[in-house]
Design a protein around this ligand. Structure first.
Ligand SMILES: Cc1cc2nc3c(=O)[nH]c(=O)nc-3n(C[C@H](O)[C@H](O)[C@H](O)COP(=O)(O)OP(=O)(O)OC[C@H]3O[C@@H](n4cnc5c(N)ncnc54)[C@H](O)[C@@H]3O)c2cc1C
Length: 505
C-alpha cells in the first residue's frame, strides 16, 4: 500500500475553549512523533464561554487515554467527584430522584434485574429502585471511594465522573498540548479564504498573519466562524422540544460538604444547577425567555444559591440544536460550533471527545472522501438525537402544571423516536442496551422511575423464578451495598487525602 501524497500535514484549530484544547491534546498526542503540525489559534478579544463544569464518566477515559494522571488533573482543575445527578421538583414540587452512572442491581438466574425488581414490586415490595444503585446510595451518604479499590463488592461496578473548573481545564490542556508540540497562536481571525473546490485554504488574523492548513477544526463557539460563517452549513433548531434558550450563571463560595453529585432543581421556567468544586460552587439557571425575563431569572438564581456570590450574574443566550453537518469539506466543527443541547445531562464535553474518536477512526486525507464525511455526520447526528430525546423525557413526563412553562412541556409534541420508546416502555418495560448509545437502560429506568412512569407489568418469564429466592437475592444485593457504603470515607475526606487542590490565591 502506498502512502498517499495527499496526507494531511497541517491541522489548524480555531478556538481555545474546552473544545479547542481537547482537540489539540487529542490530535497532538496522536501526532507527537510525526511531521504533522497542529496549530491552535485563539482570540483574546472573544474569550471562552467559561461554563461546562459537570461531566460524565467518559471524560475520564479521555484524560487517561492522553496519559494524564487522574489525581494530578483533579488537583489542577479543582475538581470534585460525581456519581450522578439529583433531580429536584421535576416530577412535582418537593419530590426528588437520582440518575446514577453505572448499572442497577444484578441479573438473577439469567433474568434481567429490572424485571425482577418489577415483579417484587408487584408482590408488594416497597424497596425503591435506587436502593439497588451503588452510586445513588453513596450519594445519599455523601461518600466517595475509587471503585477499583472495592473489587469483590457491589461497589466495584460503580461509575464516576468529575465536576471541574472549565477555565482551569483549558489551562491544563493547553500546557499539556504545548508540551507535546502543539503550536498556539494568539490572534483574532478576520478573514477566511477558500480554494476553487470550496475547501478552506487559509485564515488571516487581525495582525495580517496568514495561516494555511490542510484541515480546519472549528472550535469558535456558538457562531461557528468556519462551519457556518464560511461554509454556510445550516443549523437544525430543536427549540420546540427543548424550549430553554438562555442561562444565567454565578459562582459562589462553598458552604457545607462538597456533594458527590450535581443538583438540578426544576424552577418555574426551567431549572437551576449546582456544581460543587473544591474551591467554589458553580450555579446557573437554564430558562426559556418566553416565560421568564433575565431579571426574574437572576432573582430566581440568587434565591437558590447557598454561598456568598463570587461573580456577577452572567446571561448566556443559546439555541438548542445541531449543525446540519458536523463535518463539511475540510472542516470539522466541535463543541458549541457543532451544536448544543442544554446542559441537563452534562453531555457537551463528551460529544467533543466522541466526535474526535469518530474522526480519528475515519481519518481522511486532504480530499476528505465524502463517504467518510457522511458516516461521521450520521453518527454524530445519532448521538445528538439520542441525547435530545433523553433530555426531552425529563420535561415531557412532568406532572407539574403550576406554570405556563411546565404546561407547555406536558403538552408539547415530541419526536417520534421518543414517543416510540415511551410507548414500548409503558407496555413492556424491557429496554435493551444499545452498543452505540450513551444512555443505557439504567439511565432511562432512572428517569422513568423518577418521573413516575411505570410499565404495565413485568416480563412473565420472571414467574419461572421462585419468588422467595428472588426476594432474598434482591434483599441481599441491597444490604450488601449499604454495608460497604458505610465503610467508605466521606467525599470531603477522600478529596483531602487523594487529590487536595491548592487553595486559590
Ligand atoms: C449555560 C451552559 C452550561 C453548560 N454546562 C455544561 C456542562 O455542565 N457540562 C458540559 O459538558 N458542557 C456544558 N456546556 C457546554 C460547554 O460549555 C462547552 O461545550 C465547552 O465549554 C466548549 O466550548 P467551546 O470550546 O466550543 O467554545 P468557547 O468556550 O466559546 O470557545 C470559543 C473559542 O473560539 C475563539 N474564537 C472565537 N472567535 C474567534 C476568532 N474570530 N478568532 C480567533 N478565535 C476565535 C475564542 O477565543 C475561544 O477561544 C454548557 C454550556 C452552556 C452554554
Amino acid at each position: 500500500m502506498q502512502v498517499t501524497q495527499d496526507a494531511i500535514k497541517n491541522f489548524v484549530i480555531v478556538g481555545g475553549g474546552t473544545a479547542g484544547w481537547v482537540a489539540a491534546a487529542t490530535l497532538g498526542n496522536i501526532f507527537k512523533d510525526s511531521d504533522v503540525n497542529i496549530t491552535l489559534v485563539e482570540s483574546k478579544e472573544v474569550g471562552i464561554i467559561g461554563v461546562g463544569e459537570a461531566t460524565i464518566p467518559p471524560l475520564l477515559d479521555t484524560i487517561r487515554s492522553l496519559g494524564i494522571d487522574e489525581a494530578e488533573f483533579i488537583k489542577a482543575t479543582q475538581a470534585s467527584f460525581k456519581w450522578g445527578i439529583r433531580f429536584e421538583n421535576w416530577r412535582k414540587k418537593d419530590h426528588a430522584y437520582f440518575h446514577p452512572f453505572g448499572v442497577l442491581g444484578q441479573e438473577i438466574d439469567g433474568h434481567d434485574f429490572y424485571q425482577c425488581w418489577l415483579k417484587s414490586k408487584a408482590e408488594g415490595d416497597k424497596t425503591p429502585l435506587m436502593a439497588h444503585s451503588p452510586e445513588s446510595v453513596l450519594s445519599d451518604h455523601n461518600r466517595f471511594f475509587l471503585p477499583f479499590n472495592a473489587m469483590g463488592t457491589p461497589l466495584a461496578s460503580a461509575h464516576y465522573a468529575l465536576h471541574l473548573d472549565a477555565i482551569l481545564v483549558g489551562q491544563y490542556l493547553r500546557k499539556f498540548s504545548e508540551s507535546i508540540g502543539v503550536q498556539r497562536i494568539e490572534g483574532h481571525v478576520e478573514s477566511v479564504a477558500k480554494n476553487d473546490s470550496g475547501f478552506i485554504d487559509n485564515i488571516t488574523l487581525k495582525d495580517g498573519q496568514q495561516i494555511t492548513g490542510d484541515f480546519f477544526i472549528d472550535c469558535t463557539g456558538f457562531k461557528g466562524l468556519l462551519i457556518e460563517g464560511i461554509l454556510n452549513t445550516g443549523y437544525d433548531d430543536w427549540s420546540e422540544y427543548l424550549p430553554c434558550n438562555r442561562a444565567v450563571t454565578v459562582q459562589t463560595k462553598n458552604t457545607g460538604e462538597i456533594t458527590p453529585y450535581t443538583t438540578s432543581r426544576a424552577q418555574d421556567a426551567g431549572w437551576t444547577w449546582r456544581i460543587p468544586l473544591q474551591h467554589r460552587t458553580g450555579n446557573g439557571y437554564v430558562f426559556c425567555d418566553k416565560y421568564c425575563s433575565d431579571e426574574e431569572a437572576i432573582a430566581t438564581l440568587l434565591a437558590n444559591i447557598e454561598g456568598e456570590p463570587l461573580t456577577k450574574p452572567k446571561v448566556i443566550p443559546f439555541v438548542t440544536g445541531m449543525r446540519k453537518q458536523a463535518w463539511n469539506k475540510n472542516c470539522l466543527a466541535l463543541g458549541l460550533a457543532q451544536g448544543f443541547v442544554e446542559p441537563l445531562e452534562s453531555t457537551a464535553i463528551h460529544l467533543v471527545s466522541k466526535t474526535l474518536a469518530f474522526f480519528v477512526r475515519m481519518f481522511p486525507d486532504k480530499n476528505c472522501n465524502q463517504t467518510l464525511v457522511n458516516e461521521l455526520n450520521r453518527r454524530v447526528r445519532a448521538d445528538y438525537e439520542e441525547i435530545r430525546d433523553f433530555l426531552i423525557l425529563h420535561y415531557c413526563t412532568t406532572e407539574r402544571d403550576d406554570t405556563e412553562f411546565w404546561l407547555y412541556c406536558q403538552n408539547m409534541a415530541i419526536p417520534t423516536s421518543l414517543q416510540q420508546r415511551i410507548d414500548f416502555f409503558k407496555v413492556a418495560g424491557g429496554l435493551k442496551p444499545g452498543a452505540e448509545e450513551l444512555f443505557q437502560p439504567t439511565s432511562w429506568y432512572a428517569v422513568f422511575d423518577g418521573m413516575g412512569i411505570m410499565p404495565a407489568g413485568y416480563n412473565p418469564t420472571v414467574d419461572a423464578l421462585d419468588y422467595k429466592k428472588l426476594k432474598m437475592s434482591l434483599t441481599a444485593g441491597k444490604n450488601a451495598i449499604v454495608e460497604v457504603v458505610k465503610k467508605q470515607p466521606s467525599h470531603d475526606e477522600f478529596l483531602q487525602k487523594y487529590c487536595p487542590a491548592p487553595t486559590p490565591e
